[in-house]
Design a protein around this ligand. Structure first.
Ligand code: ZN
Ligand code: ZN
Length: 138
């Protein structure tokens, strides 16, 4: 009885492994074939889209880059302030978890932050996103 169970378990493991590889291989070749067959159409479409929307794409890329650069410099200023003791690390403002991280309330002021744990932080950003969808600012 014991042997049989053992055998079944081994068999199942082997089966799962073999099929996983097969499936992964299949997926790879599927997309490869799809791409090879439709390469010209795909590339043409992408090129056309990029040409028609060049300004828009450039603008998005520029703004994204600018925003990210500004944000990361604000983040490093804040980190410095924590190191210098200008900002004191606190527990999560929402649930009191000691493992807290910084949330910037205003990226124009690197000292305007609150401490939140990972979970509350993610929740907050989810809410902010939902809220800004409801009331578009632009
Ligand atoms: Zn929390
Ligand atoms: Zn945040």
């Amino acid at each position: 009885m014991q042997d049989r169970k053992e055998y079944q378990r081994e068999y199942h493991k082997k089966w799962a492994k073999e099929n996983k590889e097969k499936l992964a291989k299949y997926n790879k070749t599927y997309w490869r074939e799809y791409y090879d067959k439709n390469k010209e159409v795909i590339l043409k479409k992408a090129k056309k889209y990029a040409q028609e929307n060049r300004e828009l794409l450039n603008k998005i890329a520029r703004e994204y880059y600018k925003k990210n650069k500004e944000k990361s410099s604000v983040r490093s200023k804040t980190r410095d302030a924590v190191k210098k003791g200008l900002l004191i690390k606190k527990d999560c403002r929402i649930c009191g978890n000691k493992e807290s991280e910084i949330h910037h309330q205003d990226y124009n002021n690197y000292l305007d932050i609150i401490w939140l744990c990972r979970k509350c932080h993610l929740n907050l950003h989810r809410e902010i996103r939902a809220y800004s969808k409801q009331t578009p600012t632009k």
